[in-house]
Design a protein around this ligand. Structure first.
Ligand SMILES: [Zn+2]
Length: 264
């Protein structure tokens, strides 16, 4: 049987996919058997509109969808399949859980991804949409995986290690910037370093990752303190981290360097 190199990423908003996972995709961009499936639950229509940006509440969703699609073109690897569920931005926690699980399951069942990436229970920022989509994806994965399938070999949560979170906060404090408070919703937070099982070095792709990030033009002010400082952007995207939610890792398992490492 051919090896399975399908990756499915399931996120809440356009731009959730621009950080944290884009480099892990860039490193596989040119592999003939790599298949990249992307699911967005919402169009991000309730997102911030930065001052002077030509969007209205009515147009922001379609603008953000186009930005996200342009971002993957800029990175140089568009999804092989990109599904937009069109669920309410800011309202995923209110969508009946079963409905969310079924919408995700339908696509994952067809695609048979070896690896599924989503948010963990921390949601990286505690955003209720992130937590809801992550929980529904975990449930879809648990229902679909079975030993006679080639897919569903690994479920990974995109996360920030606590040590990295603390370093970023120290740097912010030194620069006189507001520090992140992980007890507050919408502030980034870390997970204990011992929960990190995969660290992807993607510094070589940093230029392409930043080219993608820059396409999220309506959201630059949310992404970086100084949107003109692309050197700062590049320093931030050189490494991506995951906690493996399934299968359970041995306590002393070596750190993996890639989402597919060790899979058949
Ligand atoms: Zn988001």
């Amino acid at each position: 049987m051919a090896r399975n190199r399908t990756l499915a990423c399931v996120f809440a908003h356009p731009d959730d996919d621009a950080y944290g996972v884009a480099g892990s995709i860039a490193v596989h961009a040119d592999e003939p058997d790599f298949r990249f499936v992307l699911i967005h639950a919402t169009f991000g229509e309730l997102g911030d509109i930065r001052d002077g940006f030509p969007a209205t509440r009515e147009t922001l969703g379609s603008i953000r969808r186009a930005e996200d699609e342009a971002a993957w073109r800029a990175l140089g690897r568009v999804p092989d399949r990109h599904e937009w569920l069109g669920l309410p931005d800011g309202g995923l926690a209110e969508v009946p859980f079963e409905e969310l699980v079924e919408a995700i399951s339908r696509i994952l069942d067809e695609e048979e991804p070896a690896v599924v990436v989503t948010f963990g229970p921390d949601g990286v920022t505690g955003h209720p949409d992130h937590i809801a989509i992550g929980a529904a994806t975990d449930e879809a994965f648990a229902r679909l995986r079975s030993e006679d399938r080639s897919g569903f070999q690994r479920l990974a949560h995109a996360v920030i290690p606590q040590s990295v979170f603390e370093r970023w906060n120290r740097q912010r404090a030194e620069q006189g910037l507001v520090t992140f408070d992980p007890t507050q919703t919408y502030h980034i937070r870390g997970v204990p370093d011992e929960q990190i099982h995969i660290t992807v070095e993607c510094r070589e792709a940093a230029g392409r990752i930043v080219a993608g990030l820059q396409e999220h033009k309506s959201q630059h002010h949310v992404m970086f303190d100084d949107p003109t400082d692309t050197a700062q952007w590049e320093r931030r995207v050189g490494r991506e981290w995951y906690a493996v939610a399934w299968p359970e890792s041995e306590p002393d398992a070596p750190m993996l360097a890639d989402l597919f490492e060790g899979l058949t």
